[in-house]
Design a protein around this ligand. Structure first.
Ligand code: FE
Length: 504
């Protein structure tokens, strides 16, 4: 394979990348063909590469979570994010690869399996049959455990931010049940689906995460857990802070001294939800002229432990995900994917028919917060639509040179995600690997090579292969994005959300 520098690679059984051709880089039928139910649960199925070889140095398990069930009894979810969580585990061992997948046995999934129809409303607008009358005042939340999957102690946790994690067996993927993490959480307490993994800023590595209870005031609970040794899974620190205003906090970022939250300027009007007309997330609206704020919470292990949070006005826009954050002298630097507005799918819209041109694209920006003056400067790092970005996990919370992300094939404008991009965060140099025109990528997971350079290792991603209507695993060299292997999974998995790597 030749090195690629800003030169899209097509999959070799398909036409090469189409960046230079006019017109869209994909066809909508291919894109929409990923909206399927996962019909199989497989057990330790051995897989081989259809192209390339599975790297012998890659040893561990890639866990992926995402919506697996989008239709039941002839009724489709209103938004794929309402689909039941299905976890896939790809276990790598000395060049061998095995696949297992399981639905998370949530209370809602089991009840709906038995009934053969939808029994719950979804946060993103899925309604029970029977219209508003049947849905009004049903405020039960269906914990669908579909957003992320991480290893903590002896458990694999399937996360969904509005309620408790589900604990799974990391090997068999059997659901052990809802977990309160040895009494750390109260029943139904919110627990973010976006933990951050401190690689050892203060000695031992930690999982840092949060829960948010919102209303006219919002309380953010920041928790840090041990991840290694006999204490793995134990709570190491715990603080709660109360802030004025409604908060929709999906993600956050960490540095050695700070946990960084961005309170988007959004309002929540619960009335249409209560009246059975909309899902709860459809009741969020960007507040015109509203002021977003950074909430900077001192970490208990850092230099400002015990101090009050700092509040600093943030730039306009809406953020789901951050890439990374770090400290530089008296500045706190946060790199995030900004949208011009909160993207929502209204009650009358079909998610398969969305017009990408009408939805704002995600753009990577760097905010530099001066902690002395409270001033902020921002800088756009790329004009290309992107999502699902990460740095080398060893650089989490520290200044990183490189980021890996899913991006659009086109250099500008909003489109489905079809390329994996490596961005040099200092020089702006970029490399891409493209699955266009018939492939669609999901979140890339960067797996560092032990003891290697910052960009040494692999990038793993599941792609939807529109040509064969199935899911492929793509393994790239993290440094130059050359293709190492492509594995066709005997599964069709809809576009996923988040996943993680657990070393052997
Ligand atoms: Fe997320």
């Amino acid at each position: 394979m030749s090195a690629v520098t800003d030169q899209p690679l097509g999959m070799s059984n398909q036409p090469l990348g189409t960046a230079s051709q006019p017109g869209p880089s994909y066809n909508r039928e291919d894109w929409a063909s990923a909206f399927v139910n996962v019909e199989l649960e497989l057990d330790d199925v051995p897989l081989t590469a259809v192209r390339g070889e599975i790297p012998v140095g890659l040893n561990g398990t890639l866990y992926r979570n995402g919506p697996g069930r989008l239709e039941r009894g002839g009724q489709w979810v209103h938004h794929p994010f309402d689909g039941d969580g299905m976890v896939a585990a790809l276990r790598f061992e000395q060049g061998q690869l095995h696949l297992r997948n399981r639905y998370v046995r949530t209370e809602g999934w089991m009840a709906e399996e038995a009934a053969g129809r939808m029994l719950y409303r979804g946060v993103f607008g899925t309604q029970k049959p029977g219209g508003a009358v049947a849905n009004a005042f049903d405020v039960r939340l269906k914990n669908i455990a579909n957003t992320h999957v991480v290893r903590l102690g002896d458990n694999l946790l399937a996360l969904w931010e509005a309620s408790s994690p589900h604990a799974l067996d990391p090997e068999s993927l059997e659901t052990r049940g809802l977990s309160l993490l040895d009494g750390v959480l109260k029943p139904d307490e919110a627990f973010s689906a976006h933990p951050r993994f401190d690689p050892g800023h203060h000695g031992e590595p930690r999982m840092v995460t949060f829960g948010v209870k919102t209303g006219p005031r919002s309380t953010v609970r920041l928790m840090e857990f041990a991840t290694e040794g006999p204490r793995a899974g134990q709570l190491l620190s715990d603080r709660s802070d109360s802030f004025k205003g409604f908060a929709f906090l999906h993600d956050f970022a960490i540095t050695p001294n700070w946990a960084i939250f961005l309170q988007n300027a959004v309002d929540f009007n619960p009335l249409p939800f209560l009246l059975g007309q909309k899902g709860a997330a459809q009741c969020l609206r960007s507040r015109q002229g509203g002021q977003a704020q950074f909430w900077l919470v001192p970490r208990d292990c850092g230099a400002f432990a015990g101090q009050s949070p700092r509040l600093i006005d943030a730039p306009d826009g809406f953020v789901f995900h951050h890439l990374n954050a770090y400290e530089e002298g008296d500045q706190l630097v946060v790199e995030s994917i900004f949208y011009a507005d909160f993207p929502s799918i209204g009650p009358e819209m079909d998610f398969r028919a969305i017009d990408f041109d009408l939805i704002p694209e995600g753009l990577l920006e760097r905010c530099r917060i001066d902690l002395t003056s409270g001033s902020i400067s921002t800088e756009r790092l790329s004009e290309r639509c992107c999502e699902f970005a990460m740095v080398n996990p060893e650089r989490e919370g520290l200044k990183a040179r490189y980021g890996w992300m899913a991006a659009a094939e086109r250099e500008q404008g909003n489109d489905p995600l079809q390329v994996i991009k490596k961005l040099d965060l200092i020089t702006g140099e970029r490399k891409v690997w493209s699955a266009a025109p018939r492939g669609f990528v999901s979140e890339p997971v960067m797996v560092p090579m032990p003891g290697g350079a910052e960009d040494a290792g692999w990038v793993l991603t599941l792609i939807w292969n529109g040509a064969r209507r199935g899911t492929d695993l793509v393994i790239l060299n993290a440094s130059d994005l050359t293709e190492q292997a492509i594995v066709e999974l005997p599964l069709a998995i809809p576009y996923g959300l988040h996943g993680s790597w657990a070393s052997a």
